[in-house]
Structures are given as structure tokens and as C-alpha cells.
Ligand binder design. Structure first.
Ligand code: SF4
Length: 494
């Protein structure tokens, strides 16, 4: 079988000054028709090609192919120094499931464009940590993953009972696609799992059955996250509803019971309940040590404990950015739910709406903008400072409504409403988790807000620094000094 047809040439969106690409004359807007005679399918192949010491690039500029190749001389492994416009140059494998709990189906019109994409592509799982159901995975994909060691991957499980899983995905292939999970684990690929727990679907006895199935059939899984479904006011699924307080407490209890079982059987806890469950159940979070290194903190598992530890000065707990293949891919673009939250020096960064914002460093009162759940986590931490110049400003999520309370799903619309009532002349700190490439979910930008805000990476250490050490007076815009590609807290559940 032939390789998938390449439909798009990688387009250069940014060139690093003095890089080999810049010295060779490559420009933003150039399309790379081939690299040493090859047209990569995705940035994974691309990154292997640009690792070569010398490159001959066929380039299309302003719609016309250049008559001669662009030759780049560089050291082996030296970054080429460009960012390309997408991660996948053939077609992103789109999702053919129809989950009742899908958050993408609960979005109103006019949202950030990348949110309308329902992908189910193992490559985006590898690159960005997106969860895949494996319903579109093939034998060729398996061969590539095993050969190229595309690890870790992130797989949606939801239920190990084939019928329950197929019903939840509304896809018959959901009954059988976990066979690929077995094959990946047998091939030594690190896989993290996720269970979106929906009341009356896969909670209670079904969740017990699923976790027993995980222990029985997939004990090599690195972690399994139990996360609650999000229900916005735009949901058309009558059967989907938020958990009650008792149901949230039941999930915490079940997961803790299963942690004991896993600990006894395989020597580690493997399964975790999302922080949201503890907030809903009004229970303290489990001790930080029980998260065993916070392997899924970016998906909201132990994020509060990691934040608290980092805020208290534990540098090892400052997990705002998880290093991984994504960070190492020369040229990989921000994409989808895991897009970089802050704008780098790219074409987009030069738009006037993304320009630097004023930072107040004169001892002005500080207001921390956060989601309603975030306020519950931050409240005790801010109180512990004993400072009366810092206040929390919880922003209710009226845009989505329903049970949406995490900071990562704050919109520019709700922030605008809240900020309009806040006094001028104060410092307003905003977690970067609600931004993707400088845009909120509703496509507004920082420049649309009625007050200047400082974007702070969503980890305890960064917040502590922002409160204590305001830094240079003009550096608070989406920062080039911290070009971290921080994953978004909540993506579309799979
Ligand atoms: S939740 Fe994920 S897997 Fe399900 S329909 Fe939506 S995008 Fe597809």
C-alpha cells in the first residue's frame, strides 16, 4: 500500500534570525515542496529530514517555484530555524465517532477556528497529547508507531466492555479498537489512558468493571485519568448531565479503592481522579506524593497539588510545561487544544492586536483573574501570603454555562464583562491556560479586553514570581522570554 498522498507543502510561518534557514534566504510564506527530494507527510518526518547536515530545498515563493533549490548548510542535528504552519501535511485523520459527551458538539458558533476540528490522529496524540480512540488506527499506523517509537501516546478508553464503549462513541468500531491498545503496549509504547466519566453511562459499576478490565488487559498503561464530562448550555444531548456532589464523591472513593488494588498488584497507583472531582465533592485533594510524579497534571490530575507545591517554592513541582517530543520538534507548529498559549515571534505576533501590553510595576493592587474552580485552589494560597494588596477575581463561565468552571475554558467575553467592573490602575494577572496563540476560545484577543492584563504561565512558581517580582516594566506581553508550549487544561474529551 502506498503512503498517504501529500496534499500540502509545509509553509514557513516564522524564521529565526541568524539561523541556517535565515542565512540561506528562506522567508515566511515560503512553501517547502521537497527536502532532499522528499515531501514529508508530517512534522515527524519533517524533523528527521531537517536533521541532516546539508539540505536542498525546493521552494515555492508567492505561488511560483524557485528555479534553483535553496541550499542550507548546517551541522547535523542543528535546528533549521523555521516554524511551519501545520503539524500534518497530508490529511489530519478526523474523528468519526459521535460521542454524546463531545465538547466540540457543545460549542456555539464563532469559536476559535481550531476548535471545530475533531481529530482522531495518532500523530497529534504523539505531538500534542491529544487523546485518540484508535477507531481509525490501522496496521500501517501500528507499524510506523513501533518502528519510529512514537511514544508516549494518549488513548481514550471510557469503558473496556466492548458494547458500552461502542455505545459511548456511537461507533461500532469502538467495540474492537482497543485491540490496538494491546498491540501498542505489547510493542513497548508508553500509553496514557483517559476515561471521561458520564453519569448513568459509565460511572458506578461500569467504572469498576472498566478499571478491572484495565488491570486485567492493559496493566502496562502508564496512567489512567478519570475526568468528568463537561456539559455546556449548548449541549443538545438530553441524557448528558453534570455529576451530583454524591456522584463526584463516589468517583473519588472508587478511584482511591482501585489505587490500592493497583498498588498491590503492579506496584503503582496508575489510576487518578481529576482535581475537578475533589472540588465538586468538596474534599481535600490527595497528598502530592500519591500522584507519583504528576504524569497527567496537564490534564487536571494533581494539578492543584503541583501548583500548591510550586507556589510554596518546590522547583520540581513547577510542571507548567511538560518536556516531550513536541518541544523537541524543530519547526512543529502550535496546533489544536495543545497549542502554545502565548504568541511567539511569528507572523501572528506582528498583528497590532497582539502587541505588547503595559505592565504596572508601581505597587498597584493585584487582581488574579481565574475560573471558579481556580479560585477555590488559589484562595488558600493567596491567604497564606498575608498580603492585602492581592485579590482573586473569579470569572463565572457564563459563555458556556453548565458545569464549566476551569480557568482553561474562560472566554474573552466573560473576562470583558468582569473586567469592565474592575477599577483601572490595578495589575490584572491572567493564567495562560485560557489562551491559545494569543486567542481566547471565543476568538477574542487580549487587546479586546477593557483592561490591560499580564499573562502568567499556569504554574505556581510563575504566579509566585509575578506576585513578588514584577520584572521589567515592558515585558509582560505574551512572552518571547518564556516561549513555553503549555498544554491546555481541558481539551475536547474523547
Ligand atoms: S469526544 Fe472526541 S472522540 Fe468523541 S466525537 Fe468528540 S472528538 Fe470524537
Amino acid at each position: 500500500m502506498s503512503a498517504p498522498r501529500v496534499t500540502t507543502a509545509p509553509r514557513v510561518v516564522a524564521v529565526t534570525e541568524t539561523s541556517p534557514a535565515a542565512l540561506s534566504g528562506l522567508l515566511p510564506g515560503d512553501e517547502l515542496l521537497s527536502l532532499n527530494g522528499r515531501s514529508p507527510r508530517d512534522v515527524i518526518e519533517y524533523s528527521l529530514l531537517v536533521d541532516e547536515p546539508d539540505l536542498d530545498l525546493l521552494v515555492r515563493r508567492r505561488g511560483l517555484a524557485l528555479p534553483f533549490p535553496v541550499t542550507v548548510n548546517k551541522e547535523p542535528g542543528e535546528p533549521l530555524g523555521i516554524e511551519v504552519s501545520s503539524a500534518v501535511f497530508d490529511r489530519v485523520r478526523t474523528c468519526d465517532n459521535h460521542c454524546e459527551f463531545c465538547f466540540i458538539h457543545q460549542l456555539p458558533k464563532g469559536m476559535r477556528r481550531s476548535l471545530s476540528m475533531k481529530d482522531d490522529d495518532y500523530r497529534l496524540s504523539f505531538l500534542y497529547g491529544n487523546f485518540t480512540t484508535l477507531t481509525r488506527f490501522t496496521e500501517m499506523d501500528l507499524e510506523r508507531v513501533l518502528t519510529e517509537r512514537l511514544s508516549p501516546l494518549f488513548v481514550s478508553i471510557h469503558a473496556t466492555d466492548p458494547e458500552v464503549r461502542a455505545d459511548m462513541l456511537r461507533n461500532r468500531r469502538g467495540a474492537t479498537s482497543l485491540r490496538w491498545l494491546s498491540a501498542l503496549l505489547a510493542g513497548g509504547i508508553e500509553v496514557h489512558g483517559q476515561i471521561v466519566v458520564c453519569p448513568d453511562r459509565n460511572n458506578g459499576a461500569v467504572l469498576d468493571d472498566t478499571l478491572a478490565g484495565v488491570l486485567d488487559r492493559y496493566p502496562e498503561l502508564a496512567t489512567v485519568a478519570c475526568v468528568p464530562l463537561g456539559v455546556s448550555t449548548f449541549s443538545h444531548e438530553a441524557a448528558m448531565r453534570p455529576h451530583t456532589v454524591d456522584e463526584a464523591a463516589e468517583v473519588c472513593d472508587q478511584v482511591e479503592r482501585w489505587q490500592d488494588v493497583f498498588l498491590e498488584s503492579i506496584g503503582r497507583r496508575m489510576v487518578y481522579a481529576a482535581d475537578e472531582y475533589y472540588l465538586m465533592a468538596e474534599r481535600p485533594f490527595p497528598p502530592g506524593a500519591t500522584y507519583e510524579g504528576f504524569p497527567q497534571h496537564e490534564n487536571g490530575l494533581g494539578m492543584a497539588r503541583a501548583f500548591e507545591a510550586a507556589f510554596g517554592g518546590d522547583e520540581h513541582a513547577a510542571l507548567g510545561v511538560r518536556p516531550g517530543f513536541f518541544a523537541a520538534v524543530d519547526g512543529a507548529p502550535a496546533s489544536g487544544y495543545r497549542a502554545q498559549r502565548q504568541v511567539l515571534r511569528t507572523e501572528a505576533a506582528s498583528r497590532p492586536t497582539d502587541g505588547p501590553l503595559e505592565r504596572k510595576v508601581d505597587g498597584s493592587p493585584i487582581a488574579i483573574l481565574t475560573g471558579e474552580y481556580g479560585a477555590l485552589v488559589l484562595g488558600p494560597l493567596i491567604d497564606s501570603l498575608g498580603r492585602n494588596d492581592i485579590r482573586l477575581v473569579p470569572v463565572p463561565n457564563k459563555f458556556f454555562g453548565g458545569n464549566i468552571g476551569v480557568s482553561g475554558l474562560l472566554t474573552g467575553t466573560d473576562l470583558t464583562t468582569v473586567l469592565a467592573d474592575q477599577p483601572e490602575g490595578h495589575r490584572y494577572l491572567l493564567p495562560d491556560s485560557c489562551l491559545s496563540e494569543g486567542r481566547f476560545l471565543d476568538d477574542l484577543t487580549l487587546a479586546d479586553l477593557p483592561r490591560s492584563v499580564e499573562v502568567v504561565p499556569t504554574d505556581g512558581q510563575s504566579l509566585r514570581r509575578a506576585l513578588e517580582d514584577p520584572g521589567p516594566a515592558s515585558s509582560s506581553s505574551p512572552s518571547a522570554s518564556n516561549p513555553a508550549r503549555v498544554p491546555v487544561t481541558l481539551g475536547a474529551p474523547r
